[in-house]
Design a protein around this ligand. Structure first.
Ligand code: SF4
Length: 376
């Protein structure tokens, strides 16, 4: 492989990786330009195995989108409806949100992941009460809720600072932040695809504040639309720079753009090779973020499985009832049982490890894969 990398003109990048040196913006762009996908995968897999060996993480979680009413107008979004009462709009009552957990009393869930539209009329205590209710029903559940975009929106709507919003949510039970809303950090792209929501500086500042308050978070990147490879690498470098300051990001999660039912429907969805390339380059650039996750709902199950050899060490979780990608045309299932996830990891030649949100091991690779399916 070394001579193949030399022939591709990547010997200097290989040397840097051997020496534990950081890759630059220019290095990242050259990796995206590399025509030999398997050579790129080999390099990314080497970094993955240095950190995690064959271990591949997933968790037993549920997604909840309590409302799709949203005042923003992101061009790639198929989920949002502008006003309450618009066809297809919905807002759950608090009882309905809590029922999602109550009806899964038999499932050993460890996490609820909640993201919502930016609803202009709900009171702040809708969100704080929602968190308190979940903790009442199951005190040990980890609540990973509200993107930085939602936090910024709450601050403006309820006339608080970002820190006050985070502190009040934390007091109500918030444990960590998901990474959504990052899209692409480059202003050129943001102006075109999501001009009316929280910008890059504020997204990063909110994560920085959450880390300072003791919460962990993730960071995402929406790829495969109008962004250039340079803008992808720039996005990774901005996440890497914040991670140098705080160490609070747990995972980097590339999210594939899906074109159905939104204003960017003329664009094709990213190819499987592009998806593998993005995950591989992410692993190589982000030397300080421990995990690179393939969100199987977005990539497709088979590509996520392949990605386990292209830098990825995490497959998200059982998910259950995902709406955002399915309204954008995702053909993946809406849920996977833990036994199905374990099997697909094992078949890919990797070791399945169930984790909690903070990457504590719940079930190690030695557990049998034939466990009964727990998602119904
Ligand atoms: S991506 Fe989020 S903020 Fe943008 S329109 Fe959709 S729900 Fe609203």
């Amino acid at each position: 492989m070394r001579s193949r990398l030399n022939d591709l003109g990547l010997s200097d990048i290989t040397d840097k990786l051997d020496a534990g040196e950081r890759l630059s913006l220019e290095d990242g762009v050259r990796l995206f330009d590399c025509p030999d996908l398997l050579a790129l995968g080999w390099l990314a897999n080497r970094e993955r195995e240095k950190r995690h060996g064959a271990r591949t993480y997933y968790n037993f979680n549920i997604r909840l989108e309590a409302t799709n009413v949203c005042v923003a107008s992101c061009l790639f979004c198929s989920f949002a409806r502008l006003k309450p009462g618009d066809p297809g709009s919905y807002t759950m009552s608090l009882e309905e949100t809590w029922d999602k957990l109550r009806e899964r009393a038999h499932q050993p869930l460890t996490e609820i992941h909640i993201v919502n539209g930016l609803h202009p009329d709900l009171p702040f205590d809708y969100y704080t009460e929602m968190l308190r209710g979940f903790k009442r029903i199951r005190p040990g559940i980890h609540l990973k809720c509200f993107t930085a975009v939602e936090i910024a929106f709450f601050a403006e709507l309820y006339e608080m600072t970002d820190e006050q919003v985070l502190r009040e949510l934390q007091a109500a039970g918030l444990d960590s932040l998901p990474g959504g809303g990052a899209e692409i950090f480059a202003e050129r792209v943001r102006r075109k695809i999501c001009h009316d929501k929280c910008g890059t500086e504020r997204y990063l500042e909110i994560h920085k504040t959450a880390h300072r308050l003791g919460m962990r978070s993730n960071v995402t990147m929406l790829y495969g639309h109008i962004e250039t490879c340079e803008e992808r690498v720039d996005h990774m470098l901005r996440a890497r720079a914040l991670q140098d300051q705080t160490g609070g990001f747990q995972a980097f999660i590339p999210l594939a753009f899906h074109p159905d039912n939104n204003q960017m429907r003329k664009l094709p969805a990213p190819s499987a090779t592009d998806t593998l390339r993005v995950h591989a380059v992410s692993r190589l650039m982000l030397d300080n973020i421990p995990h690179v996750k393939a969100f199987w709902i977005a990539t497709g199950v088979e590509v996520a499985q392949l990605a386990l050899w292209f830098g990825v060490d995490d497959l998200d979780g059982t998910v259950q009832e995902e709406k955002i990608y399915h309204m954008a045309g995702a053909r993946t299932p809406e849920a996977m049982s833990t036994s199905a996830i374990r099997r697909l990891i094992r078949i890919a030649g990797r070791e399945p490890v169930e984790r909690d949100t903070l990457y504590n091991v719940v079930t190690g690779p030695e557990a049998p894969d034939e466990a009964p399916a727990l998602v119904q």
